[in-house]
Unconditional design. Sequence first.
Length: 225
Amino acid sequence: MVRFISFLKPSRTIPQTPWRADSTWSIGLSKLHIQRLTILIFGLTIFGIGDAFLIITNLGNSPWTVLAEGISLNTPLNIGASTFLVSTVVLLFWIPLKQIPGFGTIANIVVIAIAIELGLFIIPEVESIYLKIFYILFGILLVGVGSALYITCGLGTGPRDGLMTGLHFRTGVRVGRVRLILELLALSCGFLLGGTLGVGTALFALLIGQSVAVSLGVVSRLTTK
């Protein structure tokens, strides 16, 4: 039991995995490149499906998905397409910040949007509040694992993370504060547009950091000889 708890110890840093790229556009047809690409796509896919688990409960979404849902309720776009739109617009803000996207950045925009719609199609709806809470917690777990996998590929940050770091470097404001401001802006705009805000949103905000940290720790221990 003690060993299991130790295995789940959160990581304070991003581990250097065997599949980590030397540059954000390090892609090709070698075995290592294919392995890295597979891990990237798999990570982004379960990230999107994790988001779908929260959406399907109608108990509150992650902040950026609240915005995507709000847009979908006021346009002909579905949530997946709205997520793609939001990510693309956020990426445009990289230009004045002189941020350079990587292959993983573009994959993030496309794959997560598709995975959300895939998740909403295959995940059965539930009525029990206990199952809905399970969906929320399982979704947060998947988002954490997916984040750890795609981050350790080293192929570039997602649009939102890049905007956060870009604003941090340009303004000098702490990363945590920049992220909080961005999340609150997305959440507020989404809520005003009719996006779902609730217990799922609160649990996501409370647990997602720990989910990512624990997942990074597990990846580190599984890949360290």
